[in-house]
Design a protein around this ligand. Structure first.
Ligand code: AMP
Length: 220
């Protein structure tokens, strides 16, 4: 099954991608994580081309689509992918649909996570993650190290107020149009609305699992 997680920065796509992957055994693919790994490797052929990430801007469609195409062909992604952070523009969505079609596959469901701006900002400014397992935490949890890997948690370079605002703008201008793009197509569309910062990741995951069940996409 091919799932697209849609939502602004801080909406919980990464966390939900991990949780849904554990529940369904479908691999989770975050293009943001792929790019941060490339940023940390100055010898990588794309290292120069993706520096725009530091300013909160989107990487070019051409580069993202190529990276996704190379990944789609890997045998571990044969049975499906939970896409987190891809597609992010209408051109990327069209490219993804073409790539999948050429493999006799399709996007099965889009999960759109809507979260209010206040909640997003609070989450992003306090977000920490494990550099090894990539699990996401919040400073309010009071953890300094990853409980699984034992290494110090890190703050993303682009999780500062100025870059966050730029990422919100990029989202509104380039990614939000994907909502009407997918809604006007034939793909299953699940909408989740989060208005409280106290809403837990596990309750969001439960709502998503229930809706996937109602659509007949997963068992109980
Ligand atoms: P994320 O971890 O999804 O918030 O992504 C971090 C950054 O990586 C974004 O702000 C973009 O600069 C870049 N990025 C990730 N996915 C994409 C994409 N599909 N298209 C363009 N840029 C992307």
């Amino acid at each position: 099954m091919y799932i697209v997680l849609l939502g602004p920065p801080g909406s919980g796509k990464g966390t939900q991608g991990n949780l849904l992957s554990q529940k369904t055994s479908i691999p989770h693919l975050s293009t943001g994580t792929l790019f941060r790994d490339i940023l940390a490797n100055p010898d990588h052929e794309l290292h120069k081309d993706i520096q725009v990430i530091k300013e909160g801007k989107l990487v070019s469609d051409e580069i993202v689509n190529k990276v996704v195409w190379d990944t789609l062909k890997k045998p571990e992604y044969d049975k499906g992918i939970i896409f987190d952070g891809y597609p992010r523009t209408v051109a990327q969505a069209e490219a993804l649909e073409k790539m999948l079609e050429s493999m006799g596959k399709k996007v099965d469901v889009v999960i759109d996570i809507n979260v209010t701006r206040e909640v997003l900002l609070e989450r992003l400014l306090g977000r920490r993650s494990c550099p090894i397992c990539k699990r996401i935490f919040h400073i309010s949890q009071g953890l300094e190290k990853c409980p699984d890997c034992g290494v110090p948690l890190i703050k993303r370079e682009d999780d500062n107020r100025e870059t966050i605002m730029e990422r919100f703008e990029e989202y509104e201008e380039k990614t939000a149009p994907l909502q009407s793009y997918f809604k006007s197509g034939s793909v299953n569309y699940i909408e989740i609305i989060v208005t409280e910062s106290s809403r837990t990741a596990s309750s969001v995951k439960e709502e998503i699992m229930n809706k996937l069940f109602e659509l007949g996409l997963v068992g109980k």
